[in-house]
Design a protein around this ligand. Structure first.
Ligand code: E4P
Length: 217
């Protein structure tokens, strides 16, 4: 499973990238606003740092304007994936931008039917938001499983990009289901390393090492 980092914080991306944990990056208007930086400038910096797909989202709502914005975003770097919302206009923009040779990430997906439409419109990635479904007491992971099954049934090449990840448990569950990609905040990726038994075991080993005076260098 590929790891994308869901942030526009360049320092946080760099730290994870140096460890080989970053296959791509996703941003959205809220994350760009949080960075306090110009969208074109910060996205270019991210694209220069990470060779994998970097999603940058349009802010227009009608298809023609989304296409215009998408073309401008795609000029930033060859690894841009233009992100469009899963609306009827977004699907139109997805079709045109995909046919022009751009990667397109269709975002704000909350149902299997929406994912089917995105695949037929030529999306490179579909982004089902599992955390926001869980917030409503719905089953986000079940949506990932449903989309995986549907795409496999018909051989759609659109990659399932699990988004709105809230916990390390979401990551392993998505990997078990077979999501192609998970995009998660840096804090969630780091939390995957944590286990209480690791901490407890390490404390015991270190105490024994100190008692025995073990020194290596
Ligand atoms: C994905 O591309 C989105 O940027 C993101 O995962 C949304 O997550 P949120 O629901 O935590 O805002």
């Amino acid at each position: 499973m590929k790891f994308f980092v869901d942030t526009a914080d360049v320092d946080a991306i760099r730290e994870l990238h140096e460890l080989g944990m970053v296959d791509g990056v996703t941003t959205n208007p809220s994350l760009i606003a949080k960075s306090g930086r110009d969208i074109l400038e910060v996205t270019k910096e991210i694209c220069d740092l990470v060779p994998g797909p970097v999603s940058a989202e349009v802010v227009a709502t009608d298809a023609d304007a989304m296409i215009e914005e998408g073309r401008k975003l795609a000029e930033i770097a060859p690894n841009i994936a233009v992100k469009v919302p899963l609306t009827w206009d977004g699907l139109k923009a997805c079709k045109v931008l995909s046919e022009e040779g751009n990667m397109v990430n269709v975002t704000l997906c909350f149902s299997a039917n929406q994912a089917l439409l995105a695949a037929k419109a030529g999306a490179t990635f579909i982004s089902p938001f599992i955390g926001r479904l869980d917030d409503l007491n719905l089953d986000g992971l079940q949506l990932i499983a449903d989309i995986r099954a549907i795409y496999d049934n018909y051989g759609y090449e659109t990659q399932v990009l699990a988004a709105s990840i809230r916990s390390a448990n979401h990551m392993s569950e998505c990997a078990k289901i077979g999501a192609d990609v998970c995009t998660a905040p840096p804090s969630v990726i780091k939390a995957m390393a944590n286990h209480v038994l690791t901490d407890k075991g390490l404390a015991a080993f270190l105490a024994d090492a100190e008692k025995a005076g073990i020194k290596i260098v």
